[in-house]
Design a protein around this ligand. Structure first.
Ligand SMILES: Cc1ncc(COP(=O)(O)O)c(C=O)c1O
Length: 403
């Protein structure tokens, strides 16, 4: 440990004293990162298979991001949404040119992207279907964020009545079950909000049949399909947009996390005929679309959208799945391996908290999803060397066992 740092123990005590107790505080205080690795204040090195929960898409301290941020910081950071900047326009162009959504609105987070999408869907339904067409169908085990609209759609809200009342008119159908969705559709249904791969719910990919079926159902009933790609989008499934990995076209697409590579920014996109129901003052934000954030977004998205970058995600995803499935066959300690691209969930026989702590002790950071799944969401630049390192570390811990 160098002199400039406090001890990990003291940092944990200081954080416990001053920061609200909403996260289980880990006993590693992170100081710096480069590409797929991070280092703590005691000099320990970790392979980062969390990546800020699917955020650090192009790696820690990505050189293009740093150069663009430095350059932009000396030009302009911020202006009111009424004024345009070249970074905002370029970010809007690169994101819409590669999407079925024609127009975009930048937010500061994923939850705000979902809020905006819900408002847009309700206004569209109000104008096109009727004033009382407000209902949203979301899914069991879904996650959409912590603001009131988004949290109402998040399944956990059902079990947290203490925060109510929530938004009226939200139902939760069973994921990957079209019959369940149909049972909630009525003449008041405005939109279906779905994660193509449920992240927080346990890394559960939708089936192709389910996503195709949802699109058909929405077309048949004139209901909007909102794709929450905040975790699964921006290259994580091997395509820039998660819907492209499933080959459907959402009416509204929510993105965040990986698009900023670590800079807090989100957005929602919609087809022009839907976006055009918004008029001046219907929605807004102070910081969303600021020049600094959008300059970084352009640099991140321009890297992700390259075919060789996306192919690497597919290849490394396949390689990781193959390695983990081999570990499953070789040991009796893995129950299931699921995922798509570099969004992978592993159910083991071990207590998930103890498993994560043991992995951390062995130099690998991962996180929990659902009740018991190990979630692996590394930077998308992961190469074979890092994939082998991840497989070695996970294999070592799984074989040795977790106490
Ligand atoms: C699918 C999904 N939607 C929405 C959100 C909320 O994003 P944020 O935490 O940026 O508000 C998340 C965050 O984990 C997410 O995974």
């Amino acid at each position: 440990m160098t002199d400039k740092f406090d001890t990990t123990e003291n940092y944990v005590a200081r954080a416990t004293d001053k920061i609200m107790p909403l996260y289980a505080i880990k006993d590693a205080v992170l100081e710096r990162g480069k590409d797929c690795h991070v280092w703590d204040t005691e000099g320990r090195k970790y392979l980062d298979c969390i990546a800020g929960i699917a955020v650090v898409s192009v790696g820690h301290c990505n050189e293009r991001m740093i150069a663009a941020a430095k350059d932009q910081m000396e030009k302009i950071w911020m202006c009111s949404g009424s004024y345009q900047t070249e970074p905002k326009i370029k970010a809007a162009e690169i994101l819409t040119d590669n999407c079925c959504g024609d127009q975009i609105f930048f937010t500061n987070s994923g939850a705000e992207a979902v809020e905006g999408a819900l408002k847009l869907a309700r206004k569209w339904a109000h104008q096109n279907k009727g004033e009382d067409v407000k209902e949203i169908i979301a899914f069991e085990d879904s996650f959409h964020g912590r603001t009131y609209g988004a949290v109402t759609c998040t399944y956990k809200s059902v079990k947290q009545p203490e925060f109510g009342p929530y938004l009226p008119g939200v139902h939760h159908a069973k994921f990957n079950d079209l019959e369940s969705v149909k049972s909630f559709i009525n003449d008041k249904t405005c939109a279906i909000l779905v994660e193509p791969v449920q992240g927080e719910g346990g890394v559960v990919p939708a089936t192709q049949e389910f996503m195709t079926g949802l699109r058909d159902l929405c077309d048949e009933k004139n209901i909007l399909l909102i794709s929450d790609e905040i975790q699964a989008g921006m290259g994580r499934l091997g395509k820039l947009y998660a819907h492209a990995a499933y080959d459907y076209e959402p009416d509204i697409t929510c993105i965040a996390k990986g698009m900023g590579g670590g800079f807090p920014i989100g957005a929602f996109l919609a087809k022009k005929e839907i976006a055009s129901v918004f008029t001046y003052g219907d929605h807004g934000t102070t910081y969303g679309g600021n020049a600094l954030g959008t300059r970084i977004v352009y640099e991140v998205v321009d890297q992700i959208r390259q075919p060789e970058f996306l192919q690497n995600v597919v290849d490394m995803g396949d390689y990781m799945m193959e390695g983990l499935n081999k570990l499953k066959t070789d040991t009796n300690s893995i129950e299931e391996v699921r995922g798509k691209g570099l969004m992978i969930g592993v159910d083991t026989v071990y207590d998930i908290s103890k498993l994560l702590a043991t992995l951390q002790d062995n130099g690998l950071l991962a996180t929990q999803a659902g009740a018991k799944s190990l979630r692996i969401t590394p930077p998308l630049i992961m190469g074979k060397a890092e994939a082998d390192e991840a497989l070695d570390k996970i294999g070592h811990v799984i074989r040795k066992g977790v106490m």
